[in-house]
Write a protein that binds this ligand. Structure first.
Ligand code: ADP
Length: 491
């Protein structure tokens, strides 16, 4: 069944099914399309242009041309356009949220939150683009002066995931455009509509043709191969799984492209005996069940100190019993579905394996009937670090609870993973706040707080969770080259 998503929007022109190249809406050369589905119902909501390698090459060449003028504009004039784009995104929040919920499944409240978060990156980087300073460097010779300037790196390729269909784009496109680069972006095939709506608003904001190109495709391998090997692309920015990130880094090696990678996580959340459980519960619920557990900073391993283990489980079970999984069109829904049937299968397989290995099911753990890709809120107890679930990113509404005795043991368990994106802990002890923050091998640490993301802070991981930082004053660095200029004969 095809549903008319455009009819739900105040501005139906935000619903786009064609790719966006050189400021024009394009079909695939061969007319091919792919279906986008509402994960809550399985209904087809769009048929989107399915581009291949040759149109990706065209998009890169166009971006290269468009960038030549753009990089010479003043940072202020680029910022003015980004500022208008930011305003338009906010003005169209409701339509953008409906588009996002329809293709991704998250509740409208979550989608509205993501649109505001997404827009914040455009505004932030509009400002940061004006602050790309260089250095004057004292040299050993009196007749010379050293200068370091920063210049846009060149055409940027971006590959983004489906779990945050708007924000993962703006935190890459914002800095790239603000410092004078052009972008060729491949959004996830599950959620291309949010990307296309952003491009429509970018055009209305006055973004010149060719600077933001959206290559929609179901053939990630073919498009990815071009984006990672074409000589005109100088940088790849990727958010997605660690295996795909490693593959793309290897592909980028042949032309020595700069890469920034925001990859998988295996976030621990440590609850110490001295924590304030009234603060802990909403924090854990946010970190575990936001976006139905489909975030790279989701609490994947919940480590609870023995003294409060039982009370913690009881309180979490009571909170989870209040959840209402449903479609975004149903106002009572507190949580949405998983993205695909395959995602449900994957989560369920991890739960079954854990049970086989000795986990106890506190609640959930069973597949539900009916349409849509729903998985129930599940709590697993009696877990230990020898079980396979300890090393796997669950990416679903499954709370995996471990217990520990001492602070040292908690830190060792938390660090016992090749991942290092986000970690959280709860304690009322000031010494512990410092010591544990410093000991955790993670790019981001939440102390008595799990809502840690914002445009003003550096987001990124240690170890196999990636490289580079998005957001904050550091977020433009990955899009800049540093050039040293030596001025001689100054005497
Ligand atoms: P997830 O498992 O969350 O879907 P992926 O890493 O598979 O994470 O996907 C993230 C993004 O990477 C998506 O846009 C997807 O289409 C893209 N992708 C997946 N495989 C490849 C590949 N081999 N080459 C290029 N892009 C890819």
């Amino acid at each position: 069944m095809t549903v008319q998503l455009a009819d739900q929007l105040s501005d139906p022109n935000l619903f786009r099914q064609q790719a966006y190249i050189n400021g024009q809406w394009k079909n695939a050369d061969n007319g091919d399309t792919f279906a986008v589905m509402d994960p809550a119902t399985g209904n087809v909501i769009a048929q989107v242009a399915n581009l291949g390698a040759s149109q990706t090459v065209t998009a890169i060449e166009i971006a290269d041309q468009a960038m030549r003028k753009w990089r010479l504009q003043t940072a202020k004039s680029r910022a003015d356009i980004l500022e208008s784009w930011y305003q338009l995104i906010l003005l169209n929040t409701e339509d953008l949220a409906i588009i996002m919920s329809a293709e991704q499944g998250k509740t409208l409240a979550e989608s509205r939150g993501e649109i505001s978060y997404s827009a914040s990156f455009i505004k932030w980087f509009a400002e940061e683009g004006k602050r790309v300073y260089g250095d004057v460097i004292p040299l050993a010779q009196s007749d010379r002066r050293g200068i370091a300037i920063k210049q846009p790196i060149g055409v940027v390729a971006a590959i983004t995931p489906w779990n945050f269909p708007s924000a993962m784009i703006s935190r890459k496109v914002g800095p790239a455009l603000s410092v004078g680069c052009a972008v060729v972006l491949k959004p996830a095939a599950e959620t291309p509509l949010s990307a296309l709506a952003l491009a429509e608003l970018g055009e209305r904001a006055g973004l010149p043709a060719g600077l933001l190109n959206i290559v929609t495709s179901e053939d990630a391998v073919a498009v990815g191969a071009v984006l990672t090997t074409h000589a005109l692309v100088k940088k790849l920015t990727f958010t997605g799984s660690t295996p795909v990130g490693k593959l793309l880094m290897a592909q980028c090696a042949s032309t020595v492209k700069r890469t920034s990678m925001e990859l998988g996580g295996n976030a621990p959340i440590i609850v110490f005996d001295d924590a304030d459980l009234d603060l802990v519960m909403p924090g854990v619920i946010n970190a575990k069940f936001r976006n139905s557990g489909q975030t790279c900073i989701s609490a994947n391993r919940i480590l609870v100190q023995k003294g409060i283990y039982q009370e913690f489980i009881e309180r979490l079970s009571a909170a989870v019993a209040e959840f209402d999984f449903g479609a975004y069109t149903d106002k009572s829904s507190s949580h949405g579905p998983l993205i695909t049937a395959k995602a449900v299968e994957n989560v369920h397989a991890k739960v079954k394996k854990a049970i086989e290995q000795g986990a106890t099911v506190v609640c959930g753990g069973q597949l539900s009937d009916g349409p849509g890709h729903f998985y129930p809120a599940t709590i697993l107890g009696n877990l230990n670090s020898d079980m396979s679930i300890f090393q796997e990113e669950i990416f679903g509404p499954v709370a995996a609870i471990y217990s520990f005795d001492t602070e040292q043991q908690a830190v060792e368990i938390a660090n016992d993973t090749p991942f290092g994106l986000a970690a959280y802990f709860y304690t009322e002890n000031m010494r512990r706040c410092w010591k544990v923050s410093e000991a955790l091998e993670y790019g981001m640490v939440g102390v008595n707080e799990t809502a840690i993301s914002a445009e003003v802070v550096p987001f990124g991981g240690f170890k196999e969770s990636g490289q580079g930082r998005e957001g904050s004053k550091y977020g433009v660095d990955d899009y800049l080259e540093i050039k040293y200029i030596c001025m001689g004969n100054v005497d």
